[in-house]
Design a protein around this ligand. Structure first.
Ligand code: ADE
Length: 257
């Protein structure tokens, strides 16, 4: 998998991708990360890549010419071209899986107040936001995308089961994890995990996943695949599934628009 990154701050990518699993994937040739400096494609002595907004307003806007030229110089085949922006589609594990199936992706890192809309219209195929908050730039979101996609690639993470059992991938949040020592500062590991009774351990983990999901991300429960046993357990915790046909959360707000 090849990642092409187009950024005004290439130095931001030097350290963060040089340790642990992503660094190992680079060393093994499982991924390539090509970072292009958009400023190399500017044509004035100052390397001007941003300018004032037409119509007035606070904050500078990334100019279209250097970004288009950088893309034309570094990207060849038809690959997904992501633009990191708070206005984009929310990055979910489903989107990460989709991106991981592509042999290459490009990521344009937005910066300042944003990018000229012609970059979004004429170059990017996929605006992506990593969450409902605003960062100073798209470099961290780009690294997050690279990290999340990389760990799904075959052979990158040691055991495929650990990827398959991830929070969210299963539709539920992950159960608690413990390692040695069995007792630490008076806090003990749940007895069942020391029992060696695999069926009981699986049951305990499933229930903890359900409890956590209900507490922190109840929205996930409406799409998770749940067994009758799960449903009974959740009902015992006070969870009432939304009525079929009723639109939940943000959807309900939009439905009234
Ligand atoms: N740039 C600034 N904030 C961002 C966000 N939340 N996601 C993606 N890119 C961004």
């Amino acid at each position: 998998m090849r990642f092409h990154v187009l950024t005004l701050f290439p130095e931001a990518f030097a350290q963060p991708l040089q340790f642990s699993i992503v660094a190992r994937a680079v060393q093994r040739g499982q991924i390539n990360i090509d970072v292009a400096d958009i400023r190399d494609y500017t044509h004035d002595a100052h390397g001007t890549a941003d300018d004032y907004q037409f119509g007035g307003g606070h904050g500078m806007v990334m100019k279209p010419e250097p970004v288009f030229e950088a893309a034309e110089a570094t990207l060849s085949a038809q690959i997904p071209v992501i633009l990191t922006t708070p206005q984009g589609e929310l990055l979910t594990q489903k989107l990460v899986e989709e991106l991981a199936s592509s042999p290459a992706i490009a990521i344009i890192c937005g910066h300042y107040a944003g990018v000229d809309e012609r970059i979004a219209e004429g170059l990017a195929t996929r605006p992506v936001s990593i969450g409902d908050y605003v960062l100073t730039g798209g470099e961290l979101p780009a690294m997050i995308i690279i990290d999340a996609v990389t760990r799904l690639l075959p052979g990158v993470v040691g055991s495929p089961e650990s990827v398959a059992g991830d929070s969210i991938t299963t539709g539920l949040l992950q159960h608690p994890l413990y390692t040695r020592p069995a007792e630490f500062r008076g806090m003990t590991v749940p007895e069942v995990l020391l029992s060696g009774h695999h069926a009981e351990i699986d049951r305990w983990r499933r229930r903890k996943s359900l409890e956590r999901t209900l507490e922190h991300r109840p929205d996930l429960l409406s799409t998770a695949s749940l067994t009758n046993d799960d449903r009974r357990y959740l009902a015992g915790l006070g969870y009432a599934p939304p009525d079929a046909g009723q639109v939940e959360g943000r959807g309900a707000d939009h439905a009234q628009d």
